[in-house]
Design a protein around this ligand. Structure first.
Ligand code: GLU
Length: 480
């Protein structure tokens, strides 16, 4: 039996934009597969599009992966630094006759496509320069024409592979668009910039990638790449094509759908745990017993491609929100405080008395169960840090004589020093009796005075937290 090939998978993002949710989901599946089998998860930065690739996008992609907890092994490979290896492979293909120079000009190619269209045929390269005689070639060179390098694709070829997600796959060579350009136009004695399908094959082979896991929009590329592996005498990896992420209308999720970059989700207050959990569910059905809320490690323990669906996965905000709430509700107060503190500080909150760590943690204990986004922890914390503007209902209550009387009775009894829950309950009862109203009337008035609203978290806890800052007195007095 041949020795087992070590599992090595890779994510190959192009740094031409910020980390897209589709790329991140591909990263999740690669990571889960590698970790499940104790293999390596590698990164390759595909920066050969020099005009559109930017270092800040590379940074954004690496930051996003780190934030999501998708740790990688080994130094990321930078594709542009491997151009000599790419050129050497092209030279090899020219040498072996698998590739040739095509001198067709843009105008000639455009005319060819028009002809095909007029004849009702799908546009493709007609392989016209495939077998130029040396004399024809010399004539083009003498005209000063430059050339692209094309890889021969036999129309009669059948390409098959056993896809880990989609099963038996079969492509006809004639469906691949004719001989494929593998190097951009350059002088006839040079090799121009190598192109995507060629460089991916050369790099995947050099990195000893065992499984290529990527979105199904790459299926046609896989057909072409398998032909390149064969022509270069390289052993191909196995392939797994994962379903696309679809928007609510069932079309491929694109920039037009608004929020598509991982940074956008982060800025909206989603946690990394919920987002990776959600991305795992986009196309993968967890085995029974795992439930829908799990960590990356829990998913990695049971991950397999058998449970990856073929159909596209529709983006479901409700599910993501539900998962995010689950994550936030499960955080210990100290952890929640760590995450909220930067957001609070960005608003200038959490100074003076409100800077006390224990006080902030108690605030987190109070608010945690009602958060569904981290941003809710900003909105809901606001009245604890700064005196809120009363809303209409709270203002209306200020006119109520019973409520006012009870609040003044409470203010008279309010201690300067610490206040505990039992004493506070006793004070409420006493003040209500003194004012001749039900305790409920006072509680409603107190909530309106403290929070500027009739809604909010548990009143007693709210009051005690504000009392620790010394702001209950001011707020009650201001409401009278
Ligand atoms: N750079 C390609 C992309 O971003 C990588 C495709 C692949 O995984 O081969 O789509």
């Amino acid at each position: 039996m041949p020795a087992a090939v070590p599992v090595r998978v890779r994510l190959a993002p192009s740094p031409t934009g910020t980390l897209h949710i589709g790329t991140a989901r591909t990263a999740v599946f690669n990571w889960l597969f590698a970790r499940h089998l104790g293999g390596a998860f590698l990164l390759r930065i595909e920066d050969t599009d020099r005009e559109r690739s930017k270092p800040e996008f590379t940074e954004n992609i690496l930051d996003g992966l780190r934030w999501l907890g998708l740790s990688w092994d080994e130094e990321p490979v930078v594709q542009s630094r491997r151009i000599e290896a790419h050129r050497a492979a092209i030279a090899q293909l020219l040498e072996s006759g698998h590739a040739y120079r095509c001198y067709a000009s843009d105008a000639e190619l455009a005319a060819m496509r028009e002809r095909q269209q007029a004849e009702g045929r799908a546009p493709r390269y007609d392989n016209l320069h495939r077998d130029l005689s040396p004399a024809q070639e010399q004539a083009y060179i003498a005209e000063g024409r430059e050339a692209v390098i094309r890889f021969r694709i036999d129309d009669g070829a059948t390409i098959t592979w056993n896809d880990l997600v989609r099963g038996e796959m079969r492509w006809a060579g004639s469906d691949l668009g004719g001989d494929m350009v593998i190097a951009r136009r350059a002088a006839a004695d040079a090799i121009g910039d190598p192109l995507y399908n060629l460089v991916v094959v050369v790099d995947d082979a050099a990195m000893a990638i065992s499984h290529v896991i990527r979105g199904e929009d790459h299926i046609a590329n896989t057909g072409k790449q398998l032909l390149l592996y064969a022509a270069l005498g390289l052993t191909p990896p196995l392939f797994a094509h994962t379903p696309l992420i679809l928007n609510q209308e069932g079309r491929k999720l694109s920039k037009r759908d608004g929020v598509t970059s991982v940074g956008d989700f982060r800025a909206m207050g989603y946690t990394a745990e919920a987002l990776v959990n959600y991305m795992t569910l986009l196309g993968w059905s967890p085995p029974e017993g795992l439930g829908e809320r799990f960590s990356l490690e829990q998913a990695a323990a049971v991950f397999s491609f058998d449970r990856v669906n073929r159909a596209g996965a529709r983006f479901d905000w409700d599910k993501l929100n539900w998962l995010n709430a689950q994550v936030l509700h499960g955080l210990a107060a100290g952890e929640l405080r760590q995450r909220l503190l930067p957001l609070w500080q960005a608003r200038g909150w959490g100074e003076g008395a409100g800077a006390d760590v224990a006080w902030q943690e108690d605030l987190c204990t109070l608010l945690g169960p009602s958060l569904s986004l981290l941003a809710d922890g900003v909105d809901q914390a606001a009245p604890f840090f700064t005196a809120p503007e009363p809303d209409e209902a709270a203002l209306a209550l200020r006119a109520d004589a019973g409520s006012r009387g009870a609040l003044s009775a409470l203010l008279e009894r309010l201690p300067e020093g610490p206040l505990d829950a039992e004493t506070a309950q006793g004070l409420l009862a006493e003040a209500a009796t003194a004012a001749g109203v039900k305790k409920g009337v006072l509680m409603k008035g107190l909530r309106a005075a403290l929070l500027g609203s009739l809604k909010g978290p548990d009143l007693l806890t709210t009051w005690l937290l504000l009392h620790r800052l010394g702001s209950d007195r001011e707020r009650i007095a201001a409401a009278l």
